[in-house]
Design a protein around this ligand. Structure first.
Ligand SMILES: [Zn+2]
Length: 169
């Protein structure tokens, strides 16, 4: 009888650890890099540029990136963060089956995983014209821990920054 009680208590402690203690201290958020988001409607096709829609780790590094850019006199504007798969699919068709320039090379984008954002230069008539601006930003992005699209081998994607971690897919 006593053995059963001990076993029951052990199970109770174990369960409360998994379901109460670990979530409270943000363990799962840290390990799985999952947050809570306002935009979770996967059918929406609007452009989202809110940093709060990025995964917690991506957002943290993005803020560090923005701070360092500012320190270096680089006026960065975030143009897009999280992208629904519906929007990614529409962008993929652009320049292929629908009119316009090709703007993306993949249907499987880090934007849809909340691990990527795009930038342009702020307060200028030509937000994509200053190549030196994008080169300097890419250096800072790399330093912070992102993979800047500036360095993509096959198709350079100057405005693009993504977080690559082997355990995050
Ligand atoms: Zn991008």
């Amino acid at each position: 009888m006593r053995k059963r009680i001990v076993l029951f208590l052990i199970i109770l402690i174990f369960l409360s650890l998994i379901f109460i203690v670990l979530p409270k201290i943000g363990f799962y958020t840290f390990v799985f890099d999952q947050g809570e988001y306002e935009h979770s409607d996967e059918s929406s096709t609007e452009r989202i540029s809110d940093l709060n829609e990025l995964s917690p780790k991506t957002r943290e590094l993005a803020l560090e990136f923005l701070e360092k850019c500012e320190e270096n006199g680089l006026n960065v504007r975030i143009t897009e963060t999280y992208r629904t798969q519906a929007r990614q699919d529409i962008l993929y068709e652009q320049g292929r089956t629908t009119p316009g320039l090709v703007v993306t090379w993949t249907k499987n984008s880090k934007h849809t995983k909340r691990h990527a954002f795009d930038i342009c230069e702020d307060d200028t008539d030509d937000p994509y014209g200053d190549l030196e601006f994008f080169r300097k930003c890419a250096e800072i992005g790399k330093e912070v821990g992102f993979t800047p699209g500036y360095y993509f081998d096959e198709v350079q994607d100057m405005p693009h920054y993504e977080l690559n971690r082997w355990w995050i897919q």
